[in-house]
Design a binder for this molecule. Sequence first.
Ligand SMILES: O=C(O)CCC(=O)C(=O)O
Ligand SMILES: [Fe+2]
Length: 270
Amino acid sequence: MGKKRKRQRPAGETFTLVDNGENLLEGLVLRRDAVTVAEEAELLTFINDGLARGRNGSIRKPTYLKAEGARSRGNRRESLQYGGFFDFNRGRPGKRGLVPPFPPILERLVANLVKRGFIDASLNPDSCIINSYAPGDCIPPHTDHAAYARPILTLSLLGEEPILVGRSFRSTRACAWEPIVGRSVTLPRRSLLLLGGNSGSVAKHCVSACAGPRVSITLRRQPPEDWRPDASELIGGETHKKRKPLSGSAKRRKKREKLLTRRTEPSRRT
Ligand SMILES: O=C(O)CCC(=O)C(=O)O
Ligand SMILES: [Fe+2]
């Protein structure tokens, strides 16, 4: 008597893409309405303030970063980091203590996602990258570093853009890709995407040049404090390899892409 019935949430959308006899998208789950309209507005106020302070120099590197130009390996967007530092140059978790701890608004976000049944309490994400994409900005194909617990979470705010998830992609122009083996998943505003299982560990993901502004909050649990990168990552590892010199045709393509980018990229300096 008087037992409160827990409201059952729909399980979320799942995906299948069989590749080499296995479901490459196993563990990929899209949950709509993970935060309310009011919570989205509150998060965006916090993020816009952080970005403005990053641009005027009162929040510094590496908490605020702006990726653009030739050295950013096709990345283009602004980001803010809290909790754990992700070293973009090396593509792996970086030194602890370099970025501020989670502010209360991010603590509340995680608590709400647990309370609403979107994530397990045991996941306990303690690091966050906020990516702010202006129209034309992108994140190239990658698999998040294996040292982060799965699932990786990404909450979409402000705009609706597709994420591509798959094994291989082809570059169609600067900052844009299409799946060869993979698929496009539209991420509605306020939705949470869980990249678990094969989708988070075998597949790669990317967001091509955005049609409009979009903000994402990526939440991950850091490796334990005594974690150290593999020897293979320190010398000659995948993420740290010296880049091969470009061939003549690759050089010409890069030059064309650069010209195209210059012509199409809106000026974002304020
Ligand atoms: O913007 C997104 O939803 C993806 C971000 C992402 O893949 C990352 O930060 O590793
Ligand atoms: Fe990612």
